[in-house]
Design a protein around this ligand. Structure first.
Ligand SMILES: [Zn+2]
Length: 323
């Protein structure tokens, strides 16, 4: 099933009656292969020392159910998950279940219920599982590139102490097109679907230019709305700029220059974010990364996929599935 169809399908799950949910659960229970996580972790791991990359090792007992190895070169011990964000997490039998919850986009609490783990554990797992996917944004955009900003409300949710002084009235950071207390996020996307997002302090040249400089090739054709800030950034970067004048009703230039892909991405992102009822600003990057990762998956039929991504073995898995 295509990722977009799957999202639509999953989105309708809440409309099922209790009986229909039971039937679905029954059916899925029989279909999802019961993979033993530990067995799978071992079999998909080629022992290499995470410290010195040596493959000279002895087997050295077990650690939390996993084979432990002793590196003959640097004398460190390691297992299949050492050096990954999932190292030292417990309850491995629930990891695939947790991966499934990530595909469904469940909240921390709902994921905890599904995996029968503590809410705090669920919270910790969420951020560990998403560490690598969230960091894996496109670092190279080419061809026609669309950029546009979107905004999320500033939220100190779950934070006992503010790590900034409370904002004084009238001293808000100036941001184009919004009220106060909004975090701007710049999303840049090329026509191959490569996507990068950046949380910014403000929508001005000082904030926008450095991230664009790192991801844009010199020969891109840069599409944005008519805001002056994009014009000045494009000039400074020396790239071709095709601004669409939305205010004058011009949405597309020459049939190809527009920002409709990036705007469609914004609305998918916003729609998906709704379920969390506002996310803490300090975790916003994680959520942006989570969605970016989900949105790029063409086939999310197996909970193995997020688990692979969490362990940084995504490419390895793609190679396996493509052959
Ligand atoms: Zn070593």
């Amino acid at each position: 099933m295509k990722a977009s169809d799957f999202r639509e399908w999953v989105g309708k799950i809440t409309q099922l009656s209790r009986g229909q949910k039971e039937q679905t659960k029954h059916k899925l229970g029989g279909m999802v292969p019961r993979i033993e996580v530990v067995k799978w972790l071992e079999s998909s791991f080629e022992p290499i020392c995470p410290v010195c990359q040596s493959n000279h090792f002895y087997r050295w007992g077990y650690q939390a159910g996993l084979q432990r190895f002793y590196c003959r070169m640097c004398k460190h011990t390691f297992t299949a998950i050492s050096g990954t964000p999932l190292a030292r997490l417990r309850h491995k039998d629930q990891w695939l279940n947790y991966s499934a919850a990530l595909i469904e986009g469940l909240t921390v609490r709902a994921s905890a219920r599904q995996c029968r783990i503590d809410k705090n554990t669920s919270f910790r797992w969420r951020h560990r599982f998403l560490t690598l996917p969230a960091a894996a944004k496109a670092n190279h955009l080419e061809g026609i590139v669309e950029a546009d900003e979107t905004f999320f409300p500033v939220s100190c949710k779950g934070q006992r102490q503010l790590d900034r002084p409370p904002r004084k009235r009238g001293k808000q950071i100036h941001m184009r097109g919004t009220g106060k207390d909004q975090v701007p996020v710049l999303i840049v996307r090329d026509r191959s679907g490569a996507t990068a997002d950046f949380m910014l302090d403000a929508i001005d040249r000082k904030a926008i230019e450095p991230p664009l400089r790192t991801v844009l090739e010199k020969d891109v054709i840069f599409c944005s709305d008519g805001a002056a800030v994009y014009r000045s950034v494009a000039r400074s970067l020396g790239i071709t700029h095709r601004p669409v004048n939305l205010a004058a009703g011009v949405r597309v230039i020459a049939g190809v220059y527009h920002i409709q892909n990036v705007n469609a991405y914004h609305s998918r992102l916003k729609q998906w974010m709704k379920r969390f009822h506002g996310v803490a600003t300090r975790y916003l990057e994680n959520y942006l990364g989570w969605f970016r990762w989900l949105d790029q998956q063409e086939n999310l039929s197996s909970p193995i996929v997020p688990l692979q991504a969490a362990l940084g073995r995504e490419n390895q898995f793609q190679l396996l599935t493509n052959t």
